[in-house]
Write a protein that binds this ligand. Structure first.
Ligand code: NAP
Ligand code: 3JN
Length: 340
């Protein structure tokens, strides 16, 4: 029997995430019958490659989704809020990368290694949300630990690459690094301060409680994906002068005791995780090793000696692949295989 194929659209196809979504669809041999690339009017007519064919970018409009089965959105929250309902009305299932729909109770928020069953709830609004990149790479290794010994509290600090802000931020780090090394003045256009040779404890906007929106996304999304509102989560999110690959320092307090060795052997079997933990030989997760592949690297696993049941770890993942595009295409694979 021949495999079922789908009409697919990528909204935001010209962006950093959209480009990677196209590559992931190709690499993972997603069963595509037809493909449409959508972006703003600025990109109208631009050509993008798909499986060796040149495909013209179309302007995203309310009627772009007629005849489309699955649309992968990465064109910003405002665009998703406006256009996803039109896609759903036309019978297309939207997999959205923005924060617009993540906390909607009728929209599932899915990390395939953690809660693939939640995809079934796509029927509510015809939308499935892809979590924030920093949340994804945290819950992939924490889920098996939560199942085994119950996580009471998570304290996380992130070290996020500029590619999380899109193409313009990649260009800004490149330009500022060259300018500073050549003793020239440099302008800050994307971030409020120079990102080259610096760290900015500021991702997304500040909220009334003193946290940033990125930090609160990690709190709320983690609880929704792990389906446990009792977990305490506190985050500090930091932009660092790295092009690709987010890193995180994660501390957890568990209900039942677990040793560092037990954590290591649990994570060695966990889907989507690669344990990289041989400090004596200077081997631990690095952003540059995480970049360009889909596993979440976990290392520096050690017991937190300041409390009875605590574990520390260092985690790195490709923020554009597993943090965005790969996770979205994995969701599309579940949808295509089990529900459409
Ligand atoms: P980017 O490189 O700046 O690309 C933005 C894309 O959106 C471009 O294709 C752009 O088209 C398109 N776009 C912007 N406004 C539009 C409009 N009004 N109508 C149609 N298309 C429009 O940004 P990115 O890094 O790819 O991120 C895109 C979005 O993905 C973010 O805003 C965010 O919501 C989401 N994201 C999620 C994660 C995650 O953690 N899961 C990570 C990064 C990004 P033009 O080229 O024509 O302007
Ligand atoms: O900054 C990062 O490293 C990740 C950025 C994600 C992002 C960027 C712009 C808008 C998001 C997101 O996915 O949460 C959004 C959004 O709120 O949609």
């Amino acid at each position: 029997m021949s495999e079922k194929k789908f009409n697919v659209a990528v909204a935001g196809a010209t962006g950093a995430v959209g480009n990677q979504m196209i590559t992931c669809l190709e690499e993972r041999k997603f069963p595509v019958k037809s493909i449409r690339f959508l972006a703003s009017s600025r990109s109208f007519g631009q050509k993008l490659d798909y499986m060796g064919d040149s495909v013209a970018v179309e302007e995203l409009t309310e009627s772009s989704f007629k005849g489309v089965d699955i649309a992968l959105f990465s064109a910003g929250g405002g665009t998703s809020e406006r256009f996803a309902p039109f896609a759903a009305k036309d019978g297309c299932v939207v997999i959205d990368n923005s924060s617009a729909w993540r906390m909607d109770p009728e929209v599932p928020l899915v990390v395939p290694e953690v809660n693939p069953h939640a995809v079934a709830q796509y029927t509510g609004k015809g939308i499935i949300a892809n979590p924030n990149c920093s949340t994804i790479q945290m819950v992939v290794p924490l889920y098996p630990l939560h199942k085994k010994c119950g996580i009471k509290r998570i304290v996380v600090s992130t070290y996020q690459a500029v590619s999380g802000t899109g193409k313009k931020a990649i260009d800004e780090l490149n330009y500022q690094t060259r300018a500073i090394l050549n003793f020239k003045d440099c302008e800050n256009k994307v971030y409020p301060h120079t990102i080259a040779f610096n760290c900015l404890p500021h991702i997304d906007v500040f909220l009334e409680n003193g946290y940033t929106k990125e930090e609160m996304k990690m709190v709320f999304e983690t609880r929704k994906i792990l389906e446990d509102d009792t977990i305490g989560v506190t985050a500090t999110t930091v932009r660092v002068p790295v092009f690709l690959g987010h890193s995180e320092s994660i501390n957890i307090e568990t209900i039942e005791h677990i040793s560092a060795d037990q954590v290591r052997s649990l994570l060695e079997k966990a889907p989507g995780v690669k344990v990289v933990d041989d400090p004596e030989n200077n081997i631990y997760p690095l952003a540059i090793d995480a970049a360009g592949q889909d596993l979440t690297l976990v290392g520096r696993i050690r017991e937190d000696e300041s409390i009875a049941n605590g574990i520390n770890m260092w985690v790195a993942a490709d923020n554009i692949r597993k943090g965005a595009a790969t996770n979205a295409v994995q969701i599309a694979e579940i949808l295509a295989k089990e529900y459409l």
